[in-house]
Design a protein around this ligand. Structure first.
Ligand code: 13P
Length: 255
């Protein structure tokens, strides 16, 4: 059985005070998740240490939004996987579309592959993001694009166990737009990702979690997470308010 994961990607939002208020709101409204749902927050690098302290003793886990693939050296402004691990983080979001496409970093699949390898070497769990643009979907290239991103990132990578890897399907056209993939659209791509993972890792694929991301909200989460191959969510905007984040967690608990 796959334990659903609900991860909040805070992106470049929050200041220290509002981050603390958000965490205490989530913790106080959180239903008893026990081992039924895993929950993680992914703040900016600079808030990893204070958020590690803020979540101590709660079921929340910590993740970073990125990392750099080199282990040390003259890479001004970059943060290594070992540095991220030092904060107590368990997860690292890698290959997010805002880093692939819109911020100007223009991360390519080779960089993302190296980041996945660096994360695993530091005992972090990558949340590897894949997803097509609107133009690619309209051209009928969705499955091809997702396969390419997945195989390029994971080529030669062997997770020791299924919990060492999480994949997030985030259609670029659904991120921050209020347009959500229909549950059927999500399931089609998730099933395809699982089939590709089976090609890479055999039966381990049945245990690897595949999250959906893109305008997930409390009112659409249940139906999305109810799909056979949707194992949770990577949440942007709705992770910034306790009520909406906890609403999504409650939907995952009920799934
Ligand atoms: P939104 O939930 O704001 O659409 O963002 C999704 C996302 O990019 C999570 O990584």
């Amino acid at each position: 059985m796959r334990t659903p994961l609900i991860a909040g990607n805070w992106k470049m939002n929050m200041d220290l005070h509002s981050a603390r208020v958000l965490v205490s709101g989530i913790v106080s409204e959180l239903p008893a998740v026990a081992d039924k749902v895993e929950v993680a927050i992914c703040p900016s690098y600079v808030y990893l240490f204070p958020m590690a302290k803020a979540i101590a003793g709660s079921p929340l886990q910590l993740g970073a939004q990125d990392l750099f693939f080199e282990s040390a050296g003259a890479f001004t402004g970059e943060v290594s996987a070992a540095m991220v691990a030092d904060t107590g983080a368990r997860y690292a979001i890698l290959g997010h579309s805002e880093r692939r496409h819109t911020i100007g970093h223009l991360e390519d699949d080779w960089m993302i592959h190296r980041k996945v390898a660096a994360a695993l070497a530091a005992s972090l769990t990558p949340i590897l993001c894949v997803g097509e643009t609107l133009a690619e979907r309209e051209a009928g290239q969705t499955l091809e694009v997702v396969t390419f991103q997945l195989v390029a990132a994971l080529n030669g990578i062997k997770p020791a166990k299924a919990s060492d890897l999480v994949v997030a399907y985030e259609p670029v056209w659904a991120i921050g737009t209020g347009k959500t993939a229909t549950p059927q659209q999500a399931q089609e791509v998730h099933a395809h990702i699982r089939a590709e993972l089976r090609g890479l890792y055999g039966d381990l694929a049945d245990e690897i979690r595949i999250l959906y991301g893109g305008s997930m909200k409390p009112d659409n989460a249940a139906e999305l997470i109810g799909q056979a191959d949707v194992d949770g969510g990577l949440i942007g905007g709705a992770s910034l308010k306790p009520a909406s984040f906890v609403g999504i967690i409650a939907a995952a608990l009920a799934s």
